[in-house]
Design a protein around this ligand. Structure first.
Ligand SMILES: *[C@@H]1O[C@H](CO)[C@@H](O)[C@H](O)[C@H]1NC(C)=O
Ligand SMILES: *[C@@H]1O[C@H](CO)[C@@H](O)[C@H](O)[C@H]1NC(C)=O
Ligand SMILES: *[C@@H]1O[C@H](CO)[C@@H](O)[C@H](O)[C@H]1NC(C)=O
Length: 412
């Protein structure tokens, strides 16, 4: 937003008279850094994350739910659980469109993804629920509005590059799987990451961002190896840090982000190279992220053992974990109609809240009650969503009580 010029001297004077308005001395006390297995704010206090995924990377490439509720209402619901972070997902295609000068207005975005009739209808609903938007508001301006509301409600923004082409994620055959896959143009990806790192510098609530969600083999079985991972992830992280030195940078692993042990333990990546955190200028910005969906597991010790082997030993003071850093569970979740009393859900809570040295951070999949479109189905219901279909209320009070109590145990 551009301020009228005549206001600038007034704001300057206010900032001087009232130092509390300057960023470092007020929430979120960014930039964050890491110290061993902990995240620290600019005051040196330990910070943790407990929150939820808010998807914005599917076909429309606009954060979900806005045809039913306002940005403020959705954020307030998240806040009411005691959560302090959203993992806000976006598609690289959104940034490609900006560079390509492609019209990214809400009107065009909805009609392109949903067709003329439904697109127009849903657009009208979005504008009715969010009167500060117009049909000319761009996709990125919707992200800006969410970031502004997050700052108002003191919710950190973790930006997640979920996919390249905007669509439901993830499969081996969706073209977004691995570097160089059908839609996964590496140069565009790096450009998009750097663009978002710079753009989000103006969001007070912005504290961290990811490199890529759930890497995996492509349709023909290629990819998913550490040498290629290293060759792509390190330059991309360098690019983020060059564009903006502030955010924490989240490194995901192989096999749908369930494997990080090789990197955490500093093992040979396959060609004699060993990842060494300390050799990177942004060593104190590196976070490990893992995903977990072992919903059918019936034995908690098995779940705990596998998490530990996948990279959680970096949180546990294990001397094998030479690249010690915070590990964040940026996705886990379950069907809200059945799952919250499961061995799985109880085990995840137990594991993360009893880690030696303090709880680990997490983001549940997912807040969405429904999607504008998912895998071709419009207005698709999400039975894993904390919210019901029209995002007006919790889907299942028992399940949300689990989440609320997990937040409390995590953030204290
Ligand atoms: C429009 O959306 C409805 C769901 O709200 C869906 O059932 C229908 O198939 C969609 N129409 C088209 C043409 O996609
Ligand atoms: C191993 O692969 C990485 C990533 O491509 C590369 O940077 C490194 O030079 C390679 N090391 C050797 C010994 O070939
Ligand atoms: C809510 O979840 C609980 C346990 O997870 C389940 O027992 C209950 O049947 C669910 N309620 C509804 C209305 O789905």
């Amino acid at each position: 937003m551009k301020l009228p010029l005549f206001l600038l001297p007034i704001l300057g004077a206010l900032a001087q008279a009232n130092p509390i308005t300057s960023q470092a001395s007020s929430w979120p006390y960014a930039p964050f850094t890491t110290s061993g297995r902990d995240i620290k704010n600019s005051l040196g206090q330990t910070v943790n994350y407990a929150g939820v995924n808010w998807p914005g990377a599917a076909d429309v490439m606009i954060p979900e739910g806005l045809q039913y509720q306002s940005v403020k209402t959705i954020m307030s619901k998240i806040k009411s659980l005691g959560m302090n972070v959203i993992r806000l997902t976006y598609a690289i295609e959104m940034i490609d469109d900006i560079y390509g000068n492609v019209d990214s207005s809400l009107k065009t975005a909805f009609i392109q993804a949903l067709g003329q009739t439904n697109g127009t209808k849903v657009l009208k609903q979005v504008l009715a629920a969010n009167p500060s938007f117009t049909e000319k508001t761009t996709r990125l301006q919707v992200f800006d509005a969410i970031a502004a509301e997050a700052a108002t409600q003191n919710i950190y923004i973790h930006l997640d590059n979920h996919v390249s082409k905007g669509e439901w994620c993830c499969s081996h055959t969706d073209g977004n799987a691995w570097f160089g896959d059908t839609y996964f143009n590496v140069a565009n990806w790096k450009r998009g990451l750097a663009y978002m790192a710079s753009h989000a510098a103006s969001w007070p609530a912005f504290t961290s961002m990811s490199l890529r969600n759930e890497l995996r083999t492509t349709a023909d079985g290629t990819g998913d190896n550490w040498v290629s991972w290293y060759a792509n992830m390190i330059p991309a992280a360098d690019g983020i840090h060059k564009a903006n030195t502030s955010p924490l940078i989240f490194f995901s692993g192989l096999s749908y982000d369930t494997q990080l042990a090789t990197i955490v333990n500093g093992n040979d990546i396959g060609n004699g190279t060993h990842f060494s955190k300390s050799s990177h200028s942004y060593a104190n910005k590196i976070i490990w992220e893992l995903h977990n969906y072992q919903n059918s597991a019936t034995n908690c010790n098995d779940i705990k053992g596998s998490l530990r082997n996948q990279g959680y030993n970096a949180m546990e003071g294990d001397s094998a974990a030479v690249n010690k850093a915070p590990v964040l569970l940026t996705e886990f979740g379950f069907d809200q109609n059945t799952g919250s009393q499961s061995v799985y859900a109880q085990c995840i809570e137990d594991y993360l809240t009893t880690l030696p040295g303090g709880p680990g951070g997490w983001m549940q999949w997912v807040v969405s009650g429904s999607y504008y479109i998912r895998e071709g189905g419009e207005d698709k219901d999400e039975s894993w969503g904390l919210l019901n279909h029209d995002w007006s209320n919790w889907r299942n009070q028992t399940a949300v009580d689990y989440t609320k109590s997990f937040v409390k145990k995590t953030l204290g």
